[in-house]
Design a protein around this ligand. Structure first.
Ligand code: SF4
Length: 388
């Protein structure tokens, strides 16, 4: 038996409408057969459980789409099945993403009774005009009310905001952030608006109808965010995530620290037993795949040591704690995974911190993550070849 920790991600792919900035796997359907979907997700879960006997389940995350549109009884059934298949950790974290409208907030009590102990609320803005721009289906007032209801029912409540919208300034964002910090949350996800391919915003941008915020201004807002959240006792622990000590999302930490996780439901990614899995994205294809094969997997492939170490580097450098480059090399039987000369050059320019074999991005470096990764990652050789 392998009692190693495992995280479980459950994807609910439906939303009431499609937000113009969203590139998540979310779909709008006029009717959803909740019963059929519950059966499908339970079958997909059983497939993973058969492959991973005896694991210790440390977290479960319902993401989407809009999983707060699931029947609370379905959420309860999936939680029950998961903790029956696997032994739950005593402090298992069970998170559900929710949109802050009154219909969904009315379900919070039942969701808490079902076993959800953490909610991540997609507030996105406190300003009705910005919410309209973002195509959100809730008002600022509904957002505040949903937050209050969530804080009544769940011990841990996080919320998301999107900033660096066109027209945002240091003054406007610092006022919004000060308001956010006054709301008593112990965890916040603060994302800068980015234009993702295939979204309505991308089409508007291409047509010259949407001009993103200047990158210099966006960088200033990021630094302002870092300073204000640190001063308030919720420093960043990841590029876009801020928390009081001990209130970090354990589920997401597991991704960034490159732990194993199963992902079930349409479009969900997983990585377990050194293999990566991707489920069918389109809900109808997922259901037909499940009927055919007994699981929703569209692709499954082994990860080479090089691919795995690259991913571990990419994920780990998102964290303020950074990574131990030698520990990753050791884990994947590689000689080394970074170019130390380049690392030291980036330490000298103030983009990286280095303590022995540990590397972390500085605040300045965090703005250039993708570029810096390209600089330092080595095309690693298997250790056997290097010493042979
Ligand atoms: S509610 Fe969330 S998942 Fe659904 S379309 Fe909007 S941003 Fe995407």
């Amino acid at each position: 038996m392998n009692a190693e920790p495992l995280a479980l991600y459950v994807h609910w792919p439906f939303c009431v409408s499609k937000c113009p900035y969203c590139d998540f796997n979310s779909h709008v359907r006029s009717s959803i057969d909740q019963r059929a979907w519950l059966e499908a997700l339970l079958a997909d879960l059983s497939h993973e459980a058969r492959l991973l006997p005896g694991r210790r389940l440390t977290s479960l995350f319902f993401g989407g789409g809009t999983p707060s549109l699931m029947e609370p009884s379905s959420v309860a059934a999936i939680i029950d099945a998961a903790v029956t298949h696997w032994r739950p950790a005593d402090d298992i974290e069970i998170t559900l993403e929710a949109n802050p409208n009154s219909v969904e907030a009315a379900r919070f009590e039942e969701l808490a009774a079902a076993g959800v102990n953490r909610v991540s609320l997609g507030l996105q803005s406190f300003d009705d005009r910005s919410l309209a721009f973002l195509g959100r289906a809730h008002s600022a007032r509904e957002g505040f009310e949903a937050l209050e209801t969530a804080q009544k029912h769940f011990r841990r409540v996080s919320f998301d905001l999107i900033y660096a919208l066109p027209g945002d300034t240091e003054d406007s964002w610092s006022a919004t952030l000060a308001q956010a910090l006054s709301l008593g949350a112990k965890h916040m996800s603060l994302y800068q608006l980015t234009i993702e391919q295939g979204t309505r915003f991308a089409a508007m941008h291409a047509a010259g109808k949407l001009e993103p915020l200047d990158t210099e201004v966006a960088a200033t807002l990021y630094e302002l965010t870092d300073a204000m959240t640190s001063a308030a006792g919720l420093p960043s622990y990841e590029i876009s995530n801020y928390a009081r000590a001990g209130q970090e999302s354990r589920h997401n930490l597991n991704y960034w620290r490159y732990g194993d996780y199963s992902g079930i439901g349409p479009g969900a990614h997983g990585r377990r037993l050194s293999r990566r899995t991707v489920r069918h994205r389109k809900p109808e294809n997922f259901l037909s795949g499940l009927t055919r094969n007994g699981h929703g997997i569209a692709e499954e492939a082994p990860l080479s040591p090089h691919e795995a170490s690259d991913e571990a580097l990419v994920m780990g450098l998102r964290l303020r704690e950074g990574i131990d480059a030698n520990a990753i090399a050791e884990r994947f039987q590689l000689r080394q995974i970074v170019d130390w000369d380049r690392v030291d050059r980036l330490v000298a320019t103030g983009h990286l911190d280095r303590q022995g074999t540990r590397i972390a991005l500085t605040a300045r470096g965090r703005l250039l993550l993708d570029h810096l990764l390209g600089e330092i990652a080595l095309a690693a050789e298997p250790r056997a070849l290097a010493v042979g």
